[in-house]
Design a protein around this ligand. Structure first.
Ligand code: SF4
Length: 195
């Protein structure tokens, strides 16, 4: 069981961090939340409006979509840890800059090392790019890699990386919603094999 103290200390560091310019416009940094003794860690892109207001990950419309997908796969939010590549909201929800990703992912790396999930689900292309590059896995765009499961050595331990579309993409396109649903069902099947 990962130490609660380690993750809480890290969350406090994130809440007061000023390592990149995103701190200037944030209401709240969003370190992440969830059970620490979990098999699945979900990594999104960055906080949006409601996440910034509440200081919690995936609490807006995309969060509702994520909850729905988790629920349909029989997975509770209590069974996962949820965080983002970048912990503060980029202005107007723009894409995080490469420099912001490079700076902020020191926190994501530390979270992954503390929690050591069996499955690392990346939501959207930024999370997939970062995690798969870190695992030295060459990939194509998210449309080609979602729904695949990559066994990887990452930060000193073995993990299955599962790239998926970002739930926000599924809000507006039924096709992405179907694909996200299928990918979560696949995750459920793999989880049943190891738990
Ligand atoms: S985005 Fe990350 S690195 Fe930038 S200020 Fe927020 S916590 Fe710090």
């Amino acid at each position: 069981m990962p130490e609660l103290g380690l993750i809480e200390t890290l969350a406090d560091e994130i809440r007061t961090c000023r390592k990149c310019e995103l701190w200037r416009q944030r209401k709240n940094a969003v370190p992440g939340e969830g059970n620490l003794d979990v098999a699945v860690m979900l990594v999104g892109e960055a906080p949006g409006y409601w996440e910034d207001v509440k200081g919690r990950p995936f609490v807006g419309a995309a969060g509702k979509m994520l909850d729905e997908m988790l629920s349909k796969a029989g997975i509770s939010r209590r069974d996962v840890y949820i965080t983002n590549v970048v912990k503060c909201r980029p202005p107007e929800n723009r894409d995080p800059l490469p420099s912001e990703i490079q700076t902020c992912t020191l926190y994501l790396d530390r979270q992954i090392k503390i929690i050591k999930p069996k499955f690392l689900v990346t939501l959207g292309r930024h999370a997939a790019s970062y995690i798969l590059a870190k695992a030295a896995i060459e990939t194509e765009g998210i449309t080609k890699i979602h729904g695949k499961i990559y066994e990887a050595s990452l930060l000193g331990f073995r993990v299955f990386v599962v790239p998926m579309y970002h739930p926000a993409a599924a809000l507006y396109k039924a096709k992405y919603q179907d694909e996200l649903y299928k990918d979560f069902q696949l995750l459920k099947l793999r989880l049943e094999r190891i738990i």
